[in-house]
Ligand binder design. Structure first.
Ligand code: F6R
Length: 644
């Protein structure tokens, strides 16, 4: 979506994404949608910088309420950049952070104290005495008074000029979990289970996530003169819709912001995905019917009315905000046939193209009949989880398939698993200092300790050979399996670095060597700071670099979704059906990744194992196709083409 606006002047609705839609009667909070979180963060940082400068000119302090978590990171990055490159000074800035876990030491790398210093305070010229972060070490009996004092300190500073917020999937702002009162002030609170689940990767397991926190109240936040809430990624789309379009309720504390008259919610495309104006714009107002929108609308209509596409009537279109589309096309009959054919043409059992066939209506080209293919897999297992069936077909149909595991995935192997392998090796008679070192390190490891290099190497090796077992099972020669071990991943912690030129070069060298006709990559565009997103961005960067090479003209890029989400039917440009036997074969391939079975380290809030998620997802896509009136397959893997 293109955006040609700033987020300032929020009392007036100034927002017009894509030049198509206007805010609608459904929306109760001003919001703006950007192409991505980076662009949005730069604009938010600009607003903060302008406020700081204005206050400087008036010789006044600028009082900022700050948030932690993944959402504000790029805003802080931009503020640091402005300080370093443009001389933006924070000498007149006083900050109050929203919250802190309790109990929590300042030195703990999971503390919000640590976070704020790492991402912002250590890199700017703010006076240390102007930094206020709720203290996770105050004795429990003193918390009540401590919270009153925190409130008083905000008031004494003149109140918050600007409050930056993220939003939790529970609808919390700060740590005001469901049930929080409209007028609540700074206090201690028990964290919601969902919030603790979301924090669990960083704490290496939910058992390590504190159960309590100290947080500014809803009343404290509402008193800010200006509020900007950031929402990134598909995981936030539901709660964002409820916040903007729902009734005010303590079940979703962020809805209280509907009563604040100077709030803007800043979104990326994915987080805005469920807003009526974005999801079903035809319901909200008249719209320009692009081919994509047409497809989205007709699929929506068919699913809403539970009628196959070919049975939709003029009346169905007229009654559901699609009369404009109907009048452009004359009749439901024509629209239905056109869309049915369009979706039918996405289905192919020949993901590498069908040799000697007319390919004008097929998702892939017939020629060359034997293609060179690279499947990029962010972790060693995403290939089989996300596209195991297609991978199998590509190999069976004689294409030269290469698998490139982008990261070692070492962090997701449990200490118990690693110890088991180390002890087996030792018991087998391998007397090597490294094994002893690894065993001792694992036996004496404490929470928050980083793994030593040797342990990381062992964990990476476990994943490597699990992968080889799976790729051999799918008849791929070992020489076609590439472990890229991208350096950005090797921090030894859950938090990863950004990619650098070294990562790009590794990817580019492989592409340049193989000169593929097809590239498959994990298109987890929603994930704001996860490994998949970095892996994809690195591929995109490498494609940009290589674009001018002649072989790239012949290279098509297909995106699959990772383990967590699937493409919506209107996004799908290639649908590869699977028979029941192929579903089983895919399941077996996933089973080879034993360290990721049963009790996996980064399960998220979905307790299903990866193979179950994959099967559910592929079955659901097939069911959705079937409900639209297309053939009834056991399972379908879905892809969207990326044009670079
Ligand atoms: C953080 C805070 C929380 C987060 C929210 C979203 O100081 O108060 O409300 O803003 O949990 O977290 P992320 O940004 O990590 O999705």
């Amino acid at each position: 979506m293109n955006t040609q606006f700033t987020i300032a002047n929020p009392q007036r609705i100034v927002h017009q994404p894509a030049g198509q839609f206007e805010e609608t009667r459904f929306e109760k909070i001003h919001n703006v949608i950007f192409n991505n979180s980076k662009e949005a963060s730069v604009i938010v940082a600009q607003e903060i910088a302008n406020l700081i400068l204005t206050k400087q000119q008036e010789n006044k302090p600028c009082v900022l309420g700050l948030a932690t978590g993944s959402s504000p990171i790029k805003v802080y990055e931009e503020l640091v950049r402005m300080h370093k490159e443009e001389g933006l000074s924070f000498s007149n800035v006083i900050t109050f952070n929203l919250d802190e876990y309790y109990p929590m030491d300042k030195e703990n790398i999971q503390s919000y104290f640590y976070f704020m210093h790492e991402h912002l305070f250590n890199h700017i010229d703010i006076l240390p005495e102007n930094i206020n972060i709720p203290d996770g070490t105050v004795p429990i009996e003193d918390i009540y008074q401590y919270c009153i004092d925190y409130e008083m300190k905000i008031k004494a500073a003149g109140g918050l000029d600007f409050q930056l917020l993220g939003i939790g999937r529970t609808g919390h702002i700060g740590f005001n979990e469901p049930g929080s009162h409209f007028n609540s002030s700074t206090r201690s609170i028990t964290l919601d289970h969902v919030t603790r689940v979301d924090a669990s990767p960083a704490f290496l397991g939910i058992d390590n996530v504190p159960k309590r926190a100290i947080t500014m109240g809803i009343g404290t936040i509402r008193n800010a003169k200006r509020i900007v809430l950031l929402g990134w990624g598909i995981n936030k789309a539901s709660v964002i819709k409820k916040t903007i379009e729902g009734e005010i309720t303590s079940d979703i504390p962020a809805t209280y912001l509907q009563r604040h008259n100077n709030t803007t919610i800043v979104l990326d495309e994915e987080a805005s995905d469920k807003l009526t104006r974005v999801k079903t714009p035809w319901v909200a107002s008249s719209c320009v019917w692009s081919e994509n929108l047409k497809k989205k609308a007709i699929i929506w209509l068919s699913e809403k009315l539970k009628k196959p596409i070919l049975k939709l009537t003029d009346k169905d279109y007229n009654n559901n905000g699609m009369s404009g589309l109907l009048s452009e096309h004359g009749s439901a009959y024509h629209l239905n046939i056109e869309m049915f054919n369009n979706i039918q043409h996405t289905i192919t059992g020949w993901p590498g193209g069908k040799p000697n066939a007319d390919d004008t209506k097929r998702p892939e080209r017939a020629n060359p009949a034997k293609k060179r293919v690279i499947i990029f897999s962010p972790h060693p297992d995403d290939d089989v989880i996300s596209m195991g069936g297609t991978f199998d077909r590509l190999v069976e149909q004689g294409h030269e398939v290469h698998i490139a595991y982008q990261t070692s995935g070492n962090i997701a192997v449990s200490d118990q698993d690693a110890l088991k392998f180390a002890e087996v090796t030792k018991a087998f008679g391998v007397n090597d200092n490294t094994i002893d070192k690894v065993i001792t390190a694992l036996q004496t490891k404490k929470m928050n300790d980083k793994d030593i290099v040797e342990v990381r190497k062992l964990k990476g090796t476990i994943r490597k050979y699990e992968s080889m077992a799976a790729t051999r099972y799918l008849n791929l020669p070992d020489s076609n399996v590439h472990f890229l071990n991208l350096p950005f991943y090797e921090t030894g912690t859950v938090k990863k670095d950004n990619y650098t030129k070294v990562d790009i070069d590794i990817i580019s060298n492989l592409i340049d060597k193989i000169k593929p006709h097809q590239i498959y990559a994990a298109g987890d565009l929603a994930d704001p700071h996860g490994t998949h997103k970095v892996c994809l961005d690195a591929i995109f960067e490498s494609l940009r670099e290589l674009k001018s090479n002649s072989y790239m003209k012949d290279c098509w890029v297909w995106l699959y979704r990772g383990a967590w989400h699937e493409w919506e039917p209107h996004d799908i440009e290639m649908a590869v059906p699977m028979s029941p036997d192929q579903v089983l074969k895919k399941r077996n391939a996933i089973f080879f990744h034993q360290s990721q079975k049963d009790r996996v380290m980064f399960q998220g809030d979905d307790s299903r194992e990866f193979w179950v998620r994959a099967e559910d997802r592929n079955r659901l896509t097939a069911e959705r196709y079937n409900n639209l009136g297309l053939a009834n397959y056991a399972a379908i893997e879905a892809f969207k083409r990326y044009h670079f």
